[in-house]
Design a protein around this ligand. Sequence first.
Ligand code: SAM
Length: 286
Amino acid sequence: MSSSLEDTKFILRKYNITANKKLGQNFLINDNVIENIIEASNIEEKDLVIEIGPGLGTLTSKLLERAEKVIAIELDDKMISILKDRFKLYNNFILLNDDVLKIDLNSLIKENVGDLEKIKIVANLPYYITTPIIMKLLEDKLGIYSITVMVQKEVADRITAMPGDKLSGAITYSVNYYAEAKKIVFVDKSSFIPAPEVDSEVIKLDIRKTPVVEVDNEEMFFRVIKASFMQRRKTLVNGLVNSGIITDKVRIKEIFDNIGIDMNIRGEKLTIEQFAELSNLIYRDI
Ligand code: SAM
């Protein structure tokens, strides 16, 4: 029996609790995967690590051994009392009972970063809010260095897809704008208690110093991307018109001609540079 499996069963029994499905609680019990996550996140002594959803503390215990400071944000009160108990002897541990989507991460980091050099996010994310968490971490411009997270396989495929792939979606471009994404390891359902319905994958996002393309207005850039993936089987022109971003087809044709794209093109065929050009031209037009 692996030690994380033993620990998990022991803790669940000791505190007489069961996983809360509504909170996406699937506890990791595969030691190899835990090692893969720790290795990929490349924690160094002078790092501030933020863990989202520490649960019973399986990953947390490894992070605490490596980083100078670990901040863990957990929504479930039951997990909080277990974590407090389990890590009471660690003085490099800050535990927050909060919702990661509501917490002000910029202030949290400012208060805690001190002379620490890099901020790294590590997590086995709750799957019901994976995308909003990742987008918050990127959009809030937190000055973080990397994000190493377990997500469901389908989301990993989308995030790491190449523009133009049939798997690419709005999130492919949105993440690519801020970060370089790569897959680390495939994780089978049986690596968790309870087993989720889907397989998973660990991915790593290395945050770029500056976004990969220059845009005049980020809000317009992301609006254009979202609109073009709203109706996947429709053309980009339809997406733009239906979302109300630009409705004059003559003007759209001029803009498309300017970029050198066809009026029948679908959103997923555009490169991120073309999305930048398109949103810049639309923005300058209004
Ligand atoms: N890290 C543990 C592990 O790997 O075994 C648990 C991971 S489990 C997939 C996700 C964790 O996120 C759970 O502990 C759950 O309670 C917590 N969680 C769910 N929603 C949250 C939220 N909005 N903010 C913070 N934590 C949340």
